[in-house]
Design a protein. Structure first.
Lengths: 319, 508
């Protein structure tokens, strides 16, 4: 397959996944902001959201002080913000359009329809009317996009590069989400002091779980009260939790192996090592060395891996 | 313009022509609301499928939904119908014409017999900007240059008021529009399946197969499995949808210039598994942009070194470089003579009578009759650089007159044909609008085509300009498979009432 085609497919999936995860993060913030908490706490939530996307200064330059309405506008409909949901969906569609001949009709039409719909919805004020409903819609379109991909594409390189993009992006996004949400908790990791804070903690952690569709999964896996270290374990190390770092990296490795016949390839080695590190890690060890440091390093390694994939497959050096 | 008119569906005496009668009876039964709903549905589907084109120099059409540069080509619900006997003759005429044009291009770049015989003046060829000296003496597979030819055909009433077909223009470089022919048919079958069970409409969906066969026929080396690619200028080109569509339908790669490179006198594409050799390039990029080393040095749309590989016979280009020398408006008047010269046959398809302003007599006639003529720049395309006398103001005519006087050889003139009309949906209901037809002729080991072609329709009342860049639309084009039209009652598949459940088990 053409390197350029693979590049477009890879990025089409990354942008689709990014739009979904941005919607998830906005949704969890929006839902928690409805809880009876101080403005300061809500503020911290929105600030965190901007900082994990590395967008704090871009936001402040444009809007100044942080408030929910502006942050949501910035992250949803601001076409100047390349990480906003509308920019992601637009970029996903532009990448799809560049290789529409490689996609099945259903995959292309799903991308194109999503793009046409979001402009219509934003124009009609559907986002303002019900943000929760809007975020649901973004998630649903991403589910649809993934489903129609797996359900209709030939299982060849095109599909593998699309899957590669999906899971690399997901690993990145989940790591950022975990990082900011654990960072946001000022109190000691092992339990809040007052009863009221404990209650707040419950809502905090359950919102995080819900944002990655893991609330019910948590209950099934642990059959126990919600504790932050278990939440961390679930989202980082559980290979059977579909949005965890371990599961995402496993898929990255699987799909990388399918697009290369060179087993000594450095890209594959790095991906395999990163995946193995997750596979054999323990949550108490990670927490002992510091979660934030661990995740920062993880994000660097994912970033590097993306550069290697690009160099080996997507934008090879000229002949 | 003569007062005579010719409508494809309605004869002058208010009767419906035989080949339209079955359709007419069907149309009468359709409630207006249903047809309007179908129109809306068609537009919605075209937008969702992304069958759009970009407009040059029109950055903002006020439609933020599509980023501003993508437009739909309006699709009209009423088909243009061609009876079998008319198509048979047209098809023979097209094979003949395209065969002669290919012989001509080969001759131009080899022995130039036609010039030696004095049929075409030498300067008409050598002073033509489309003549490519780089192609002199280069042998191409099968001596075929124009593998994909779009021949524009119009119909106008003759003295007896009968419709007469004329070739208006040959397009031998990178003719476009075939995807609309295919998508229009798909749309019609989706919206009105019953029409196709009532009428025997010749299918067109196998065009990509014929195209692939043609491209493979032209593979250079004796490669058992030639690698064919479609070369596009990229997704911002007005015909990008078509490039992507054809590549997908043929199952070949859609490449851009940046995906190709030349090494050791072969062309390769960059793939995820290293370089892969390319044998046949169906290029949708103009000659000028194909190779920055040979042509326009600033072009990033082509591939450096491509011309040398091509001249060595290590890659095939479809269409060949230099075909423009044969589809230029200054060469057009000679095509009937070419047919006689190369094939020894009488032309089956007529040319529109043409005044070549390079001849003093023709120039004088043109200048004296500009109000009644269509005057065209010989290198113009897409409906630009053209004056339609009867539809122009005096000021426009005077401007054009000056241009013609300044450079007579740059212009030809033709009588304003009263293009045939076809009933078409417009805001006020159904009204006659002018149409043309572009069949796509494929030349490989044989010359072949799918029945019909792309019918374009000028949606503005009285307009003769059908180009999509100037507000034209398209129609599905039906070639009926036999002349025994379904003039009797159409058969209906009356199966209603039949139980759908063959056996639901469980019954006693």
């Amino acid at each position: 397959m053409l390197s350029r085609t693979a590049d477009h497919l890879f990025w089409m999936s990354r942008y689709t996944e990014r739009a979904e995860n941005t919607a998830r993060m906005l949704d969890v913030n929006y839902q928690t902001s409805l809880l009876p908490q101080s403005t300061a706490v809500a503020q911290v939530g929105w600030q965190g959201l901007l900082s994990i996307s590395e967008l704090s200064s871009a936001y402040e330059g444009k809007y100044g002080a942080i408030n929910a309405r502006d942050v949501m506008d910035f992250m949803v409909r601001d076409e100047k913000n390349s990480s906003s949901i509308i920019s992601c969906l637009k970029n996903a569609r532009e990448n799809a359009r560049a290789v529409r001949g490689t996609l099945t009709t259903e995959v292309w039409e799903t991308q194109n329809q999503t793009y046409l719909e979001i402009f219509r919805m934003l124009r009609n004020g559907e986002f303002e009317r019900d943000p929760g409903q809007f975020f649901e819609w973004v998630k649903f379109r991403s589910h649809l996009s993934r489903g129609v991909t797996v359900g209709t594409m030939l299982q060849d390189e095109a599909l593998h590069f699309m899957r590669l993009g999906t899971f690399l992006e997901r690993a990145d996004n989940t790591a950022r989400l975990v990082d900011v949400k654990f960072h946001a908790v000022q109190s000691d990791f092992y339990g809040a002091a007052s009863e009221k804070d404990q209650e707040y903690d419950f809502y905090h952690w359950s919102a995080i779980l819900r944002s990655v569709s893991a609330f019910e999964i948590y209950r099934r896996v642990y059959r126990n009260v919600i504790k932050p270290e278990r939440v961390a374990e679930l989202l980082i190390l559980r290979a059977d939790m579909p949005r965890s770092l371990a599961a995402s990296l496993q898929e990255v490795v699987n799909n990388l192996k399918l697009v290369t016949d060179d087993s000594t390839c450095e890209t594959v080695r790095r991906a395999g090592k990163l995946s193995a590190d997750l596979q054999y890690a323990r949550i108490d060890e990670i927490l002992a060395t510091g979660l934030h440091a661990y995740l920062t390093q993880f994000l660097d390694r994912v970033n590097e891996l993306g550069a290697y994939i690009s160099r080996d497959f997507l934008v090879p050096a000229t002949s | 313009m003569s007062g005579a008119k010719f409508d494809e569906m309605n004869a002058g005496d208010a009767s419906v022509r035989a080949h339209y009668q079955s359709y007419q009876r069907w149309l009468e039964r359709q409630p207006d609301a249903v047809m309007q709903a179908r129109r809306a549905e068609a537009e919605m589907i075209f937008r969702r499928v992304g069958i759009t084109f970009a407009v040059y120099g029109d950055k903002d059409d006020g439609n933020s939904e599509t980023g501003g540069t993508e437009r739909l080509i309006p699709f009209d619900l009423i088909p243009r119908i061609i009876p079998a006997h008319e198509w048979d003759s047209m098809e023979r005429g097209l094979v003949q014409r395209v065969t002669a044009l290919n012989r001509f291009i080969h001759d131009v770049y080899h022995d130039q017999e036609i010039i030696k015989a004095g049929v075409i003046p030498a300067e008409q060829i050598f002073q033509n900007a489309q003549f490519r000296p780089e192609m002199m003496g280069v042998d191409v597979p099968g001596n075929i240059y124009s593998h994909i030819s779009g021949i524009d055909i119009v119909r106008a009433p003759n003295a007896q008021g009968e419709g007469e077909y004329y070739v208006l223009e040959d397009n031998l470089r990178v003719p476009s529009g075939v995807s609309y022919m295919l998508e229009d048919r798909k749309m019609m079958m989706r919206l009105f399946p019953d029409l196709f069970s009532q009428n025997r409409v010749a299918p067109v969906a196998h065009y990509p197969d014929l195209l692939l066969e043609t491209l493979r026929d032209n593979s250079p080396a004796h490669r058992a499995e030639p690698t064919v690619v479609v070369l596009t200028p990229g997704m911002y080109n007005s015909a990008y949808f078509e490039h992507a569509f054809l590549a997908q339908q043929m199952g070949v790669e859609l490449v851009e210039g940046q995906d190709l490179f030349v090494k050791d006198n072969f062309v390769y594409m960059r793939t995820t598994r290293g370089p892969k050799r390319v044998d046949v390039i169906y290029r949708r990029v103009d000659d000028d942009f194909l190779d920055p080393l040979a042509f326009r040095p600033t072009s990033t749309l082509g591939c450096a070194g491509l011309l040398n590989v091509y001249r060595s016979g290590n890659v095939a280009l479809c269409n060949a470089i230099g075909t423009g020398v044969a589809d230029d408006k200054s060469i057009y008047p000679y095509v009937p003579k070419m047919i006689e010269f190369y094939l020894g046959e009488k032309p089956i398809l007529k040319n529109v009578p043409t005044y070549m302003c390079r001849n003093p007599d023709d120039l004088a006639y043109t200048l004296a009759n500009m109000k009644d003529l269509v005057v065209k720049e010989v290198h113009g395309a897409g409906g630009y650089g053209m004056l339609v006398g009867p539809a122009s103001t005096n000021a426009e005519i005077e401007d054009f007159r000056k241009a013609v006087q300044a450079n007579p050889a740059g212009y030809i003139a033709q009588p304003t044909l009263s293009l045939s009309t076809c009933p078409t949906y417009v805001d006020s209901g159904i009204a006659p609008r002018h149409i043309d037809l572009r069949p796509f002729v494929l030349s490989g080991k044989t010359v072949q085509m799918v029945p019909g072609g792309l019918t374009r329709v000028a949606l503005k009342d009285g307009s003769l300009v059908v180009n999509s860049s100037q507000g034209g639309g398209t129609k599905d084009t039906w070639v009926l498979e036999d002349d025994n039209y379904a003039t009797g009652q159409s058969q209906t598949q009356s199966q209603s009432g039949q139980s759908q459940s063959q056996s639901q088990g469980g019954t006693k």
